[in-house]
Design a protein around this ligand. Structure first.
Ligand code: ATP
Length: 245
C-alpha cells in the first residue's frame, strides 16, 4: 500500500525575522480535498507559516511541496499559477478600485478565463454582482472578505490558503464566511485555514494543527481536537461545551 501524496506538504519549516524565530521546524500535511486548520494564539507564527507556503517570505530551512513537487524556491507568482493561492489577512482589497477591477486582478495569469470566472463568482456572490461598479472601499467588512475570497477563486486555486477570514466580523457574517469556505471545499478545492476562532475552524475542518510559539504542539482529527481538554482550556474559552449540539 502506498500512502497518499498530500496535495500540500510542509516539512521542517524554519522562518526567522532577524533574530526572531517565528516558525521553528514546522511540518504539516494537507490531503487532497480536505479542509485543514492551523489554530493558535496571536503571534504563534500562523501567518508566517502561510507566508512561507505562498512564497511571501523565504524560509531559513525546510521545504514546501505542492503535489509532491518542491516549490520552496519558486516565486509567489509561479506558485499562484500552479494553484497555491492565498487570501491575505485583513483582506487587502484595493479600496479605490471597483469590485470588478479587484476581481480581475485575481485572474491575472488566465485572462482567457476572466469572463467565465467573473460570471461564476457573481453567481456565487450576488452581493458582489450588485456592487461590481462600486469602489471596494465602500463595501462592508463582510463584503470585503467575500471579495477577497472571490478574487482568490478567480485564480482557480488547487489549494486555497485563508488567513483569519473571520477576523473583525460580526457573528452573522462569520457564519456566512464559514458557509462559503465549506462550500468551496465541498466543490473539491483543498483548503488550509488559519484561524484564531478555534471552535469555528475545528468544527468546519477535517484535521487540525495547534501552533504555539513557532511549533506544532498538537495535531489530529478536528473532532478529536474539539474534545481535547488541552485545546478546550487553551483555545475554546470558558463555558464551551464540547458535546455535539
Ligand atoms: P496573528 O494572529 O497576530 O497574525 P500569527 O500566529 O499569525 O499571529 P505571526 O504573525 O506569524 O503569528 O507572527 C509570529 C512571530 O513573528 C511574532 O512574534 C511576530 O511578532 C513576529 N513577526 C511577524 N511578522 C514579522 C515581521 N515582518 N518582522 C518581524 N517580526 C515579525
Amino acid at each position: 500500500m502506498t500512502a497518499e501524496t498530500p496535495l500540500l506538504e510542509v516539512d521542517g519549516l524554519h522562518v526567522a525575522y532577524g533574530g526572531i524565530e517565528a516558525v521553528r521546524g514546522l511540518s504539516l500535511r494537507v490531503l487532497r480535498g480536505s479542509l485543514v486548520t492551523l489554530i493558535g494564539a496571536n503571534g504563534a507564527g500562523k501567518s508566517t507559516t502561510l507566508a512561507a507556503i505562498s512564497g511571501l517570505v523565504r524560509p531559513r530551512a525546510g521545504r514546501v511541496l505542492l503535489d509532491g513537487e518542491d516549490v520552496t524556491r519558486w516565486r509567489s507568482t509561479r506558485r499562484v499559477a500552479a494553484g497555491l493561492v492565498q487570501v491575505p489577512e485583513g483582506r487587502e482589497v484595493l479600496a479605490t478600485m471597483t469590485v470588478e477591477e479587484n476581481l480581475s486582478l485575481g485572474a491575472w495569469h488566465q485572462r482567457a478565463h476572466l469572463a467565465s470566472g467573473l460570471e461564476e463568482v457573481f453567481a456565487r456572490f450576488p452581493v458582489l454582482a450588485e456592487r461590481r461598479r462600486l469602489s471596494a472601499g465602500s463595501l462592508s467588512g463582510g463584503e470585503q472578505q467575500m471579495l477577497a475570497i472571490a478574487r482568490a477563486l478567480l485564480a482557480r486555486p488547487r489549494v486555497l490558503l485563508l488567513d483569519e477570514p473571520s477576523m473583525g466580523l460580526a457573528p452573522l457574517l462569520v457564519d456566512e464566511v464559514f458557509k462559503v469556505i465549506e462550500t468551496i471545499r465541498a466543490e473539491g478545492t483543498t483548503v488550509l485555514l488559519v484561524e484564531q476562532n478555534a471552535h469555528r475552524a475545528l468544527s468546519a475542518a477535517d484535521h487540525g494543527y495547534v501552533m504555539e510559539t513557532g511549533e506544532i504542539v498538537l495535531e489530529g482529527p478536528a473532532a478529536e481536537l474539539l474534545a481535547n481538554t488541552r485545546v478546550i482550556e487553551a483555545y475554546l474559552g470558558e463555558g464551551f461545551d464540547p458535546r455535539p449540539e
